[in-house]
Design a protein around this ligand. Sequence first.
Ligand code: UD1
Ligand code: MG
Length: 499
Amino acid sequence: MSTPHLAAVIVLAAGEGTRMRSATPKVLHRIGGRSLLGHALAAARATVPEHLAVVVRHERDRVAAHVAELDPEALVVDQDEVPGTGRATECALAVLPADLDGTVLVTYGDVPLLSGETLHALIEDHSATGSAVTVITAHLEDPSGYGRILRAADGSVEGIVEQKDATEQQLGIREINSGIYAFDGRTLRSALAEVGRDNAQGEKYLTDVLAIANRSGGRVSAHLIDDLWQTEGVNDRVQLARLGRELNRRTTERWMRDGVTIVDPQTTWIDTDVTIGRDTTIRPGTQLLGATTVGSNAVIGPDTTLTDTEVGDGAEVRRTEALLAVIGPEATVGPFSYLRPGTTLGRKGKIGGFVETKNATIGEGAKVPHLTYAGDATIGEGANIGAGTIFANYDGVAKNHTTVGRHSFVGSDSVLVAPVDIADGAYVAAGSTVVADVEPGQIAVARGRQRNVDGWVARRRAGTRTAQAAEAATAVAASPDGQRAGRHPDEVAEGQARR
Ligand code: UD1
Ligand code: MG
């Protein structure tokens, strides 16, 4: 069955959301790396409507700016001071073309788990039954707070009554209004014109459209779903966390079904927009966030957080924090590595323990294995950076760049003071502070020359255990059988002290 023409989706997002107790508008709170409104817009877009309108009022500028960023084609509509879901919908219709024809969906900006597939099913059901209105409903154990679905003796839907307006008997109804509907556009427009505000909340209720459509002979249907999560809205932060966990459960399950091993889905958090290749293993305590992409056959975690990071096929990333980084195929990172924005690690490269990188391009097979800060650096293929090397990129005013050439070798505990170039095929001796360029084939030795002062310990540290050890070692070295006995100098010293 082909999906019928969808004239518009209207997303209601004007409500205040006071129970969030937040300076941030409710619909901008996030789960799975997207705002609640972002989830709602994605589901709405999946139905390919001709028009997409978002109704705003509370914190309208912030919400409008967010809509413009996420979906520039969407129409932002301001609700006036008349309250209620019916008024919000009416305000949207007022800015949509007057001759709007076909189906109009209404959804909420704070119902993040509603899927595009469910909306598709709603549209198809709505058109197959030739209904004027179709409402998504669900059976709840505890329906309190929701509008209740009123059905006639023959099962047809007659209307919706709000909790606050319901009779004792109506409160016993467990079929609830999700607030998600498909309308015939013309019916919606004409019925809304008839809706008043004579109810417990003094609001213009969208729900009243159903009874009006029913009375005027239109068919009103219910599209009952049993996946209750899809109709659940966020009202407070407890629900935010609840729905966030369920979204994550769905996301991790989707990736497992797609061939990704997730050792512990409970402690693995994967944002909605992340992609992961087959046969990759995600170990416990891992968060893959934002626009992160992971190739196939990679191993990520444990305890790793990757944000907007790209990981190549076959890479291994353990106990690492990375943001806006690129980790090449078969590269290894961690444990305890910190990759900051602009880090690019080449194929089979290595960033090891207690290494921090920023704006650093590390070539194929190059290694930065231990205890290093590499900021504003280009490290050529096959180069090796010794333990404890610091790329001193900041002179207190500006950040400067350092280059280490192909197959060059930087000895441990060196400081490369930027800007400085170490050419291809060059060496830096351990413990050097390099302030001038090094040419191909050279070794730079930039440290004090070693000087050994004879007898210093005996003169300046007389009577200490160090002096005794020195004395013993000297005696052993001097005696003909000292070396053969092979005793540790300490034991010799003790023996002498006892004598
Ligand atoms: C509404 C329904 C109720 C349903 C419930 C499902 C009405 C009258 N009642 O109740 O039958 O069971 O949703 O969650 O429709 N909004 C606006 N402008 C407004 C008021 C609300 O845009 O003036 C938006 C809110 O931002 C929210 C949505 O509409 O996204 C629902 O508003 P809310 O106040 O939660 O409606 P309920 O009273 O819970
Ligand atoms: Mg509500």
